[in-house]
Design a protein around this ligand. Structure first.
Ligand SMILES: Nc1ncnc2c1ncn2[C@@H]1O[C@H](COP(=O)(O)OP(=O)(O)OP(=O)(O)O)[C@@H](O)[C@H]1O
Ligand SMILES: [Mg+2]
Length: 160
């Protein structure tokens, strides 16, 4: 039924429950897993206003070389961390016999997940009901709520 499935993870414990669930679903015909991690950037962060707030007097068009290099270093470190964090997820999925494609993206998680869902033409999405915040009184996290509401595909929500 579902050949290609999108599995976004924030590397939290709740999101890793979706991993066990996927492994149990192996027999159902899923062949490929798109394993996605979004390095969170608030909507504001990608605007020049935010940049001005952080670095007053430095224009985005002509950032001081040191600042630009520093930002690049930070991004590199974040990507390395993400890659490391995803590695055990990748091996567990490969060991279960799935073909795995890793995607590390930068942006607003709830929007990126929907964008990658389209990009990759997946048949379904599987995610945790909650993630890193995991607030007791919340029925759903804001990312899972947005994806459930706006996804064009079936969404499998794994409870905490
Ligand atoms: N940055 C991310 N990259 C990839 N997947 C994510 C990301 N953030 C959340 N997810 C996915 O969405 C699921 C629900 O997480 P969500 O962020 O909605 O819950 P939360 O952290 O408890 O709440 P909130 O973020 O609203 O405070 C996670 O289990 C994970 O599958
Ligand atoms: Mg979250």
């Amino acid at each position: 039924m579902f050949k290609k499935i999108l599995y976004p993870t924030d590397l939290s414990e709740v999101s890793s429950k979706a991993l066990s669930c996927l492994v149990e679903m192996k027999g159902s015909g899923i062949k490929q897993v798109i394993l996605l991690h979004v390095i969170s950037q608030s909507e504001a962060e990608s605007t020049s206003e935010y940049h001005h707030h952080l670095f007053p007097g430095i224009h985005l068009e002509t950032p001081a070389k040191g600042v630009a290099e520093f930002l690049k270093e930070v991004q590199k470190a974040q990507e390395g961390e993400a890659r490391e964090g995803l590695a055990p997820f990748e091996s567990a999925l490969q060991d279960a016999g799935f073909e795995v494609k890793i995607r590390i993206e930068r942006g607003v998680a709830k929007l990126k997940i929907l964008q990658i869902e389209q990009d990759e033409h997946v048949d379904a999405v599987i995610l945790g009901s909650h993630g890193r915040s995991n607030l007791k009184e919340m029925l759903l996290g804001s990312v899972s709520e947005h994806v459930i509401r706006h996804s064009k595909k079936p969404v499998i929500v794994v409870k905490r």
